[in-house]
Design a protein around this ligand. Sequence first.
Ligand SMILES: Cc1cc2nc3c(=O)[nH]c(=O)nc-3n(C[C@H](O)[C@H](O)[C@H](O)COP(=O)(O)O)c2cc1C
Length: 186
Amino acid sequence: MKREIDVAARNWRPSPLAGPLFLVTTVNAQGWTNVAPKSLVSFITVSPPRIVVGCNRGHHTAQNLLASGECVLNLPNDGLASRVWAAAEPREPAPDEVEARGFTPIPALRVRPPRLAECAAHIECRLEGVQWYGDECALILGVVAASADAAACDAEDPYAVLRPIFFLAPGIFGTIREGRPVAQRA
Ligand SMILES: Cc1cc2nc3c(=O)[nH]c(=O)nc-3n(C[C@H](O)[C@H](O)[C@H](O)COP(=O)(O)O)c2cc1C
């Protein structure tokens, strides 16, 4: 038996659409870094690689990205979940935002916003376009660089090292602890 789920995404239980969780770093006009969790994230083209991030237009993330055109998507693991959720609490811009949120900034390869040392993988992006939807917007990002901890690159199962997390519902996340090969059909 199937049961209909409320169409309002905020009320989905269970949620049929897990959102990959990233900590997005951007830089404001003063050169101060902003860190915020975003889970409305998806690949939209593969070649060249392009990603869409859904963001409230009032958020520092959208404002900084629209002004500077650059961001880094940092991949947190399950051990960072509490810090990820805490990073969603509003905070006035400050020069020490990254450290105050419990993270360590390290330079990115191709863009100005920093990578976060505690995250094991990073996607560096430049803004290519924006689509407006009322208070929200879809930020279209071209990928200009990607990097990961050597331990993840060298591991037999990199996903067991990365342990990426996914937004499922308010206050609830899921984790990938292994990458499994698809069984060959007989
Ligand atoms: C797990 C999690 C995922 C979130 N994902 C998004 C998202 O994809 N888009 C969005 O606009 N806000 C999202 N939010 C809310 C923002 O992170 C939050 O409102 C934050 O204060 C915005 O910060 P900013 O102004 O620094 O960008 C999420 C919050 C949490 C806790």
